[in-house]
Design a protein around this ligand. Structure first.
Ligand SMILES: O=P(O)(O)OC[C@H]1O[C@H](OP(=O)(O)OP(=O)(O)O)[C@H](O)[C@@H]1O
Ligand SMILES: O=c1cc[nH]c(=O)[nH]1
Ligand SMILES: [Mg+2]
Length: 208
């Protein structure tokens, strides 16, 4: 099983603090999610396989590094869409697929409503985007689906993760590397992350 990678960067923690605040407005919330997603993109791609090529600088020849691996981003709608722009700033050549999923408020189980995944996922590093890893039901269902469609090298990028969700993903998908900016205390009786930031989708899209 891969241990979770928690970012814990001081400026990231400052941004997390602003995300948590109920008074933070929608444009600021969106921008902070985007900035933290850029940081997650950097972390998630630090083990991409590379090759050396020779280029001509204005002065001399230099041996430089090129990535050999394609990246596919899979945001889980809706909230995962908020992470797209930051991710694409770092990985502009990434392919993008979409998974629509919401969590039933009574059962807390994920309901899938859309799945559009690009061809060639088996040859790609696939990064699943969802700012909130709560019970882990949505992430586990997303990973099941992506593996059934050929994905093999998969990472899960979240902003806040609860220990319960981390444990569920690690037990169902021990090969998937989880990244979280911060691991929070746990879940409340309604399956919300504590202290958390509330409903990420509603705060990104202004639908509170
Ligand atoms: O780990 P889980 O317990 O499954 O919870 C996490 C899921 O809940 C949220 O989505 P939500 O159902 O609110 O949908 P939305 O993004 O459309 O708001 C969140 O973005 C995750 O997808
Ligand atoms: O705290 C939580 C839990 C699930 N989904 C959210 O958006 N927030
Ligand atoms: Mg939501």
């Amino acid at each position: 099983m891969k241990p979770i990678r928690e970012i814990n960067h001081p400026l990231a923690l400052e941004k997390i603090g602003r995300l948590r605040e109920q008074a933070t407005d929608v444009p600021t919330f969106r921008r902070l999610v985007q900035e933290l997603s850029l940081l997650l993109a950097i972390e998630c791609t630090d083990d991409l396989k590379t090759e050396s090529v020779t280029v001509q600088t204005p002065i001399a020849q230099a041996t430089v590094v090129r990535s050999k691996e394609e990246v596919t981003l899979i945001p889980i709608l809706r909230a995962g869409l908020g992470m797209m722009e930051g991710m694409l700033q770092w990985i502009p050549t990434a392919k993008v697929g979409h998974l629509g999923m919401y969590r039933d408020p009574e059962t807390l189980l994920p309901v899938e409503y859309y799945a559009n995944t690009p061809a060639g996922m088996s040859e790609s590093v696939v990064i699943v985007l969802d700012p909130m890893l709560a019970t882990g039901g949505s992430a586990t269902a997303a990973l099941d689906l992506l593996k059934s469609r050929g994905a093999r090298r998969i990472k899960l990028a979240s902003i806040l993760a609860a220990p319960e969700g981390i444990a569920k993903v690690q037990s169902n998908h021990p090969d998937v590397q989880i990244y979280a900016v911060v691991v929070d205390q746990g879940l409340n009786d309604h399956g919300y992350i504590v202290p958390g930031l509330g409903d990420a989708g509603d705060r990104i899209f202004g639908t509170l």
